[in-house]
Design a protein around this ligand. Structure first.
Ligand code: FAD
Length: 464
């Protein structure tokens, strides 16, 4: 993994725009370049485009979309930007937040109307700290369907996606202008490709244990739930080229992965009235702060586990999610008619758990204040029959990365742009601030889609 001198190097084949990574960011960028009538190639290390995008729930936040307008949802760029900034405690770049929010609505409309990527509005509940319904997702709510339809769209657009191609080296001149790259095939053979512009869409470093240990030590031992091919290559190349990086300790965690099954259990259950208790039968946090910081909080509990407690009403809501149905099929969900039965099945201590359940019934009735700051009056109290699932905390993806400008150009430490290098998605600095608590649901795909589209548009204009 190196940046080599381009002096004296000639490339047999050159393409105006080359993209590394065929996740949501890379494929969005590719569609944009193709729409502009400019030739583009995507290089992807896997045999089939998947990335973390395929593992995701495919929820893309966006405002002022046609779907929202048809449903008379009064969302706006200003409100969405304020939500993101508030979750990040104002510790992220407000200009970039505005850029991605402004781009989000047009990007969703364009994906649907120009490229046939079917997305529906996720209704019924608000994700933590979102002011309006703005999650757009495949009807199945699974990222594999999102990447599947994007791959299909890219094929229809006539874009070449070269799979089984792991980019290992970039060639650049002393000014940092990228002349091309070298990639490796599964048989170990090496090939080169020239380019006039390069888009880094190869995500962050969640799949690189050494980098996680160094940059996010608190998650060094956590289960990584994202794509293992995301090795931090964009950040490493960028740093060699003198690019600025920021928020490298930032990440999306998750506090609700069924254990030991390794299946995501939707946070919708928490938002609609569910609670988390530890092995002592006690709550330990405000579950409505967000699922990202909850990953770290769950890991800090005895045995690094928690129990999600909910009821049959919430079970029905969960059934709307494919991964929840998988958790049911895998036998992860425990059901019980009474609290006594539930504690027996989960191995929880009866007295403290009963006290927890009594407390949340009182809180739902408006009696007393929750010491963690959660408002229980907005949802019905939990009722028999009850359900539970044992969960652990995980690292989903990293949010820090290369600093880019409003054109998705990679910036040097002195804030000048590298000549022809772009980044988006997990390769670029996100909008979640410096830590796990700043992640507003959907910040991952938001910057993948929006920065991917911007990078595609600007790189295409410069290469027409
Ligand atoms: C379980 C889970 C659920 C999630 N749910 C959501 C959600 O609902 N909404 C949301 O907004 N976010 C969600 N996220 C986060 C979201 O998945 C990511 O933020 C998003 O997919 C990033 O897109 P990307 O295109 O940057 O990266 P990816 O989709 O990971 O694509 C990067 C691609 O680059 C390839 N690559 C890497 N290095 C090289 C190389 N050297 N050469 C060639 N190819 C390379 C990889 O193989 C990969 O295919 C979730 C994440 C997880 C793990």
């Amino acid at each position: 993994m190196a940046v080599l001198s381009s002096q004296g190097i000639t490339f047999e084949i050159s393409v105006p725009v080359v993209i590394i990574g065929a996740g949501a960011c890379g494929l969005t960028a590719a569609l944009t370049v193709a729409d502009a009538g400019v030739e583009v190639i995507v290089l992807e290390r896997d045999s089939v485009p998947q990335g973390s995008t395929a593992l995701s729930s495919g929820m893309i936040p966006a405002c002022e979309t046609r779907i929202q307008k048809n449903k008379k949802i009064g969302d706006s760029v200003a409100v969405m930007a304020a939500d993101i900034l508030s979750k990040a405690h104002q510790q992220t770049d407000p200009e970039m937040v505005n850029v991605v929010c402004r781009e989000s609505g047009p990007a969703i409309d364009w994906l649907a109307e120009t490229h046939g990527i079917e997305l529906t509005l996720v209704e019924g509940f608000l994700y933590p700290n979102h002011s309006y319904l703005r999650m757009h997702a495949p009807a199945s709510r699974i990222g594999a369907d999102l990447i599947g339809s994007m791959t299909q769209a890219v094929e229809w657009a006539g874009v070449d996606v070269l799979t089984d191609s792991t980019v290992i080296d970039l060639f650049a001149d002393p000014t940092g202008r990228i002349a091309g790259l070298r990639f490796e095939r599964p048989d170990g053979s090496l090939e080169t490709l020239g380019c006039s512009a390069l888009i880094l869409a190869c995500n962050g470093f969640g799949g690189n244990p050494e980098m996680v240990k160094r940059l996010i030590p608190e998650m060094a031992d956590a289960n990584y739930f994202g794509h293992t091919g995301n090795q931090g290559d964009a950040i490493l190349w960028g740093q060699t080229l003198g690019a600025a990086t920021a928020d490298l300790g930032s990440y999306q965690g998750h506090g609700s992965v069924a254990h030991p099954h390794g299946i995501l259990v939707s946070w919708a259950l928490m938002m609609q009235g569910g609670i988390q208790v530890n092995a002592h039968g006690q709550r330990f946090s405000n579950e409505h702060d967000g699922y990202s910081e909850q990953g770290r909080r769950v890991i800090a509990q005895p045995g690094s586990i928690a129990w999600n407690i909910f009821d049959s009403r919430l079970f029905e809501i969960g059934q709307g999610f494919e991964d929840f149905r998988q958790a049911v099929s895998a036998g992860a969900i425990i059901k019980a008619d009474t609290i006594s039965q539930l504690v027996e099945k989960c191995g929880l201590p009866e007295a403290p758990f009963k006290a927890t359940m009594e407390e949340i019934v009182s809180l739902a009735g408006g009696i007393g204040k929750d010491r963690f700051g959660r408002d229980f009056t907005t949802n019905p109290e939990l009722r028999s029959p009850y359900c539970a699932v044992k969960v652990t905390g995980s690292l989903f993806h990293t949010q820090g990365g290369l600093v880019v400008d409003r054109d998705a150009r990679v910036l040097r430490a002195d804030t000048t742009a590298l000549p022809n290098l772009f980044a988006g998605g997990g390769a670029a600095r996100g909008v979640s601030g410096p830590a796990d608590w700043g992640y507003l649901s959907g910040n991952g795909l938001l910057t993948a889609i929006t920065l991917g589209r911007i990078a595609g548009r600007v790189s295409a204009i410069n290469n027409k």
